[in-house]
Design a protein around this ligand. Structure first.
Ligand SMILES: Nc1ncnc2c1ncn2[C@@H]1O[C@H](COP(=O)(O)OP(=O)(O)OP(=O)(O)O)[C@@H](O)[C@H]1O
Ligand SMILES: [Mg+2]
Length: 341
């Protein structure tokens, strides 16, 4: 790849997307104050990954994605898509990316096949290279190919938006909340296609509020909050940052005395089981069990609960609770005092 294509940053050429100092300030209309939706984000997304962009409502995820898609004009910063600087090479950078937006913005007078043809035309895909029927098949819309968009259900509209994002064979597919409010079948279809396209080499970027989904699907995750990136790491590393563990003991007979041992916090649950919270870096499971035996509790059953992405997410977004509340989108914050990252 030439220096020109990479905007002078050839060492970045293995990135699908490079974002530097990205800012967006929405002008406030009608007495509304302006809104700093992105406050200087740096982000590198590796090629070939399934990359998750997570953050509470109003964090700035869609703003960022819409800037990548060329739908929102950035206020400052640099964006490079597949090595093409968005400002210097708008056509090439646009051709490298397909975006399925969060909003169901479809022209009601087009049929799915018509919409795909128009989209292919916009991207300059020659007639011979168009694969509208194949794409409709992929998203499960073949039998609706000639139906007007306004007669499609919400789920069908999402399928069509995905199809539209794929017409120009983009290197990068971006999905903004693809599974919000969709049924199980559509969710399955989406994830099957994400796996399939990623296996074929497509880089996938997605936002989701289903953290389980992100945990399962994404190799790497960035968390943004109030327009700032607060974490970026492999999913495995993010999870391993959380060393809080919970052991749950089902006792043989009702518990009278709770174990008291340093580093172990004990509490009775409503169902009579005993919850023991500890940090795996400081206390071993063996020490927890010893504390249980010392309290003369006979164990009928035992299981452990590990931190999941939701815990990581809550800990990270709560860690910024000292930030002044930026807007009315502020997430209710559940205390995660036992976790310090
Ligand atoms: N067109 C706009 N004009 C003014 N403010 C906007 C506009 N679009 C978004 N915002 C504001 O920018 C901030 C970020 O919004 P954005 O839609 O990017 O968040 P998000 O992370 O995608 O949230 P969600 O999870 O709810 O989709 C919010 O405070 C929002 O109110
Ligand atoms: Mg959004």
């Amino acid at each position: 790849m030439s220096d020109e294509q990479t905007g002078g940053k050839s060492h970045m050429s293995d990135a699908a997307i490079t974002i530097e100092g990205l800012r967006k300030t929405y002008r406030g209309g009608k007495g509304q104050p302006e809104k700093q939706a992105l406050k200087g984000i740096d982000l590198t997304i590796p090629r070939g990954s399934v990359f998750g962009l997570l953050g509470p409502n109003g964090a700035g995820k869609s703003t960022m994605i819409n800037i990548l898609a060329g739908l929102v004009v950035k206020s400052a910063g640099h964006v490079s898509i597949w090595g093409f600087d968005q400002d210097k090479h708008p056509r090439q950078s646009r051709a490298a990316i397909g975006v399925m937006p969060q909003e169901l913005n479809l022209d009601p007078f087009f049929t799915p096949r018509g919409a795909l043809e128009v989209q292919a035309g916009l991207y300059g895909v020659p007639k011979a290279q168009r694969r509208s029927d194949e794409i409709l098949e992929l998203v499960g819309l073949s039998d609706k190919a000639e139906a007007y968009a306004r007669t499609l259900s919400g789920g069908m509209r999402r399928r069509l938006l995905l199809a539209k994002a794929l017409v120009h064979h983009p290197k990068i597919l971006v999905l903004d909340e693809p599974t919000a409010g969709v049924d199980i079948e559509l969710r399955q279809m989406l994830w099957t296609n994400v796996h399939k396209l990623n296996d074929q080499g497509m880089t996938i970027i997605l936002t989701t509020h289903y953290l389980e989904e992100a945990q399962e699907m994404c190799d790497e995750i960035a968390i943004i909050n109030h327009g700032q990136k607060i974490a970026q790491d492999s999913t495995a590393n993010l999870l391993s940052r959380m060393d809080s563990r919970t052991m749950v003991i089902v006792p043989d007979s009702p518990i009278v005395d709770l174990p008291t041992t340093d580093g172990v916090e004990a509490a009775l649950r409503d169902d009579g089981s005993l919850e023991l919270n500890y940090r795996s870096a400081q206390t071993t499971a063996e020490q927890v069990l010893e504390a249980v035996r010392a309290a003369n509790i006979r164990i009928r059953d035992v299981r452990t609960e590990e931190a999941d992405l939701e815990d990581v997410f809550l800990a990270l977004t709560a860690a910024r609770a000292d930030d002044p509340p930026a807007d009315d989108h502020d997430q209710p914050r559940r205390g995660m005092h036992r976790v310090k990252l």
